[in-house]
Design a binder for this molecule. Sequence first.
Ligand SMILES: NC(=O)c1ccc[n+]([C@@H]2O[C@H](COP(=O)([O-])OP(=O)(O)OC[C@H]3O[C@@H](n4cnc5c(N)ncnc54)[C@H](OP(=O)(O)O)[C@@H]3O)[C@@H](O)[C@H]2O)c1
Length: 334
Amino acid sequence: MTLPTAPLGTNGPVVGIQGLGCMGMSEFYGPTDTAEALATLDAALDLGVTLFDTADVYGSGHNEELIGPFVRANRDRVVLATKFAIERRADDPHYRGIRNDPAYIRAAVDASLQRLGIDVIDLYYMHRRDPAVPLAESVGAMAELVQAGKVRHLGLSEVTGDELREAHAVHPIAALQSEWSLFSRDVERTAVPAAAELGVAFVPYSPLGRGFLTGAFAAADQLSADDYRRYLPRFSGDNAADNAALIAPIQKIAAERGASAAQVALAWVHQQAQVHGLTVVPIPGTRKRTRLAENTAAAALTLTAAELAELDPIAGQVAGNRYADMTFTSAGRE
Ligand SMILES: NC(=O)c1ccc[n+]([C@@H]2O[C@H](COP(=O)([O-])OP(=O)(O)OC[C@H]3O[C@@H](n4cnc5c(N)ncnc54)[C@H](OP(=O)(O)O)[C@@H]3O)[C@@H](O)[C@H]2O)c1
């Protein structure tokens, strides 16, 4: 099986309708077998995955450096997406600042290009919005990167529907990347309708609920000490057990269909394309070839209307927010 393709935005690149999130290969989700992670990148291309997602913040540049050789070796087949806006400091591992000012953007793109070892980024996202900087100013600076040939297409992450409209009026936006899954459906309020109206593709991140929807978690103490999910409300304390109980209908449908829970969760995300009338290209993250094959096969699984209805109430019952601090999410500004 090879994945069907779809364009990102009106004039954007054509990609396999499921991408690969590379974040966990460098940070956040516990120890990584680097050789297996790199083999997963090659296996993805063989299965028709062409959109590879990274960011300058993942591992403080490590993730871009890690996947750079793979991107360069397959430059004509890979659609490389990276992001700017989350600033870190070498002397303070916990520091996170949001930067949208043009001078920061110009420096960030050059640093990403250098780490990746390429001349042009296919899709460059603003990772988080700083409301203190006018959006038109930031998107204007991003548009100048397109004119300068450093970036091919523009994207945004975690913006509201109104912000997407405002940005799109400055320069065409190919893709909106925000969290969207059976556990996280707040984007359906304003971002999804705006993307559908403007012809912007939706790239759901954490489509497996950061692994929760696969049925792999029942308690936070299952996570390694440095796993970032320990700090997320949904993985903490009583919430973890309450949320684990919500997976039952996903597992039931999976058993009936001879699929895995991860496949049912991903099939649900893919089918939101028909429900909302827009292009949807989820980017599940994995560092393992077996899981990659499993996740890619989910694009061929079609849930029935009765199954979709059975899954519909889950998001409304989830305990805990997506992040401990929702300030810089789209939901925090709606
Ligand atoms: N724009 C943003 O603000 C933002 C935020 C978060 C993430 N992202 C992007 O979105 C990508 C995906 O999101 P995510 O990685 O946070 O979450 P996700 O895709 O929902 O889940 C990833 C987790 O699920 C596990 N997993 C994957 N497939 C599995 C399967 N078939 N069975 C069991 N477990 C499975 C992975 O472990 P293994 O790796 O061990 O398989 C990993 O722990 C990231 O890599 C990143 O590129 C963007």
